[in-house]
Design a protein around this ligand. Structure first.
Ligand code: 13P
Length: 257
């Protein structure tokens, strides 16, 4: 569509869901339906499920991501996981700056930037989440909030490194609420994110960078969102937990681009 060469990325974020056994069952089922895709497919799984998910999907094109990594290489950071640990496990992708990390675990734009630089240093590809609260939207400061999140997250990330970065726009008020952003609202912010990237790098980088929408995306609303010019895929929470639901979104994406 719209002549863009960007390939869709349909990503699931399982959040704190699925035990090892459930992970095995999920991929057995998922891959019995489909193994090869016309779009990129990725799942962000809990740390404990990474090894199993990587093993289960090794003969497919499915990509597996961790849901976070710490910015230090090692040390006294109880409960944290380093980028290097992920890399050694064979994990090549990591989700960073999810609003739930910011909201419940005190992550800030600054720590998201540190985590991103640590991940890129290890050669991981990262999906960086940004998004405004309902209050910020009502106060008409969405654009400013997003611009600061983008600028800070990408501080000191070189033009060569940005190649490994995907941005996910997730308005916080649309996450897990069943109430998605309208296609106009989502496109408006995704387009502005692309503009910010152009300002930080150049238009070639901006045109190449994938920008996903996340927030109550499901089979019923994905088509209109994915048809928007600057939306290059989805970051899907609830609807990624059931193979059938998620595959319906993949099917729609395959038909659009
Ligand atoms: P939902 O799709 O459940 O709203 O979650 C979106 C999200 O936070 C994905 O990271």
């Amino acid at each position: 569509m719209q002549g863009t060469k960007r390939r869709f990325l349909i990503a699931g974020n399982w959040k704190m869901n699925k035990t090892l056994k459930e992970t095995e069952e999920f991929f057995d089922m998922f891959m019995s339906f489909k193994k090869d895709f016309g779009v990129d497919v990725l799942f962000c799984v809990p740390f404990t499920d990474l090894k199993t998910a990587l093993e289960k999907t090794k003969d497919s094109k499915i990509k597996i991501a961790a849901q976070n990594c710490h910015f230090e290489e090692k040390g006294a950071f109880t409960g944290e996981i380093s980028a290097n640990m992920l890399k050694e496990l064979g994990c090549r992708y990591v989700l960073l700056g999810h609003s739930e990390r910011r909201q419940y675990f005190n992550e800030t734009d600054l720590t998201v930037n540190l985590r991103l630089k640590a991940a890129l240093k290890e050669g991981l590809k990262a999906i960086v989440c940004v998004g405004e609260t309902l209050e910020q939207r009502k106060d008409n400061i969405t654009d400013e909030v997003i611009a600061i999140q983008i600028k800070t997250a990408l501080k000191d990330v070189s033009k060569a490194e940005i190649d490994g970065v995907v941005i996910a726009y997730e308005p916080i008020w649309a996450i897990g609420t069943g109430e998605n952003a309208t296609k106009e609202q989502a496109e408006d912010v995704c387009k502005k994110i692309r503009k910010e990237i152009e300002k930080l790098y150049d238009s070639e980088v901006a045109q190449k960078t994938l920008i996903l929408y996340g927030g109550s995306m499901k089979p019923a609303n994905c088509e209109e969102l994915l048809k928007e010019e600057d939306i290059d895929g989805g970051l899907i929470g609830g609807a990624s937990l059931k193979s059938e639901e998620f595959l319906k979104i993949v099917d729609v994406a395959e038909k659009i681009r």
